[in-house]
Design a protein around this ligand. Structure first.
Ligand code: FES
Length: 108
């Protein structure tokens, strides 16, 4: 009897930050260096005041990423001119232009 055995996936591991290539992105006119493979939310949480990520539409309250898995929508930012992008689900790319959405319902 022959068994089909799927090849094992590669082991999961995290490269230490000093071995991950830098990815330059533009955040509100300032160049930030992201780590290859990290999300926009991760980058901004490391570099930006987490209480000022965006403003919610009705009362204008400050919002910041909460779930980091695409459920709460509190991480919305503008990426390359497109509003309401979920920063926690989008990996950084070189040259990406990112802005917070600090006016109620829209970008800066
Ligand atoms: S942090 Fe909740 S959807 Fe992005």
């Amino acid at each position: 009897m022959t068994q089909n055995i799927a090849p094992s996936p590669p082991p999961l591991f995290r490269l230490p930050p000093d071995r991950r290539p830098d990815v330059p992105v533009l955040f509100e006119g300032q160049t930030l260096l992201a780590l290859k493979g990290e999300t926009v939310a991760s980058l901004l949480l490391r570099h930006v005041d987490a209480g000022a990520f965006r403003r919610e539409e009705r009362r204008g309250e400050a919002r910041a990423p909460l779930c980091l898995m695409g459920v709460c929508f509190d991480c919305l930012v503008t990426i390359d001119g497109q509003d309401n992008q979920q920063a926690c689900l989008i990996a950084v790319k070189p040259g990406m232009r990112i802005a917070r959405q600090l006016t109620a319902g829209g970008a800066l």
